[in-house]
Design a protein around this ligand. Structure first.
Ligand code: SAH
Length: 225
């Protein structure tokens, strides 16, 4: 998506998505999202286009929504918070790896704060739909792959940001080796009962772990579907 492109607002039933999107951004500010680059990115990605028609009127509520295949599009606050954490200490990123493309919404947000985005999705039908959606929005700096993201994407690394949008019990060790120095890895960790959003900042080859909020994500699964 070029810097000049305007948001894709549309009419949804009786109200404009523009107004409900602005309300959502105010809500995110109130909840503590301070990074203007992140807020700008969320203002330019039309979330209603990443959910099915029947759910579009709810797209600007701060809530996760189903996207089929027992998966969900993440809550906007969590997308904003994870993106803000990923940017820790930096205005922009060069190369980001996302594991769990899902609807492609978080991917589209990342495409506005990173020069290149690489994203892996294990469910083929979701990967295909996300590909079409990102293409229809004219987003060109994203590469998608259908596969198991637990091993990362060695050929495209190292990355200055890695983000997991599905929760492993423990973040696979191999992902840290694909993180560049000063890079940040953001991931939910835990089981179906309890998960915590964590982030690691790599310095001199060592990744230092920090804790954020409690979250609920779908589990990171192995293999493809
Ligand atoms: N950020 C996405 C969240 C989608 S839910 C959005 O906002 O739409 C998490 C996604 O991770 C699901 O689509 C799920 O299929 C995918 N996933 C789970 N385990 C995976 C793995 N090992 N590799 C790649 N994708 C995985």
């Amino acid at each position: 998506m070029s810097e000049r492109s305007e948001p894709h607002y549309g009419r949804l039933g009786g109200f404009t998505s523009e107004r409900s999107q602005r309300r959502l951004l105010d809500d995110l500010r109130a909840k503590g999202i301070k990074n203007e680059g992140v807020l700008e990115a969320l203002a330019h990605v039309p979330r209603h286009q990443f959910v099915e028609e029947a759910l579009q009127s709810r797209a600007y509520e701060d809530t996760a929504l189903p996207i089929g295949y027992q998966q969900t599009i993440s809550q906007p606050y969590v997308v904003a918070l994870m993106t803000q954490l990923l940017l820790t200490g930096r205005d922009r990123l060069r190369r980001v790896l996302e594991i769990g493309t899902g609807s492609g919404f978080q991917t589209a947000v990342l495409s506005r704060v990173s020069a290149r985005v690489f994203s892996i999705e294990r469910i083929g039908a979701l990967a295909e739909r996300a590909h079409q959606q990102l293409e229809s929005l004219g987003i060109q700096n994203v590469s998608l792959r259908h596969g198991d993201g637990a091993n990362g994407w060695t050929a495209k690394g190292p990355f200055d940001g890695i983000i997991l949008t599905a929760a492993p019990d423990r973040v696979p060790e191999v992902l840290f080796s694909q993180l560049s120095d000063q890079g940040v890895l953001v991931a939910p960790e835990g089981n179906s009962r309890q998960q915590r959003l964590l982030y690691w900042i790599k310095q001199d080859g060592i990744a230092i772990r920090h804790q954020s909020i409690d979250v609920v994500f779908v589990p990171l699964k192995s293999g493809q579907a």
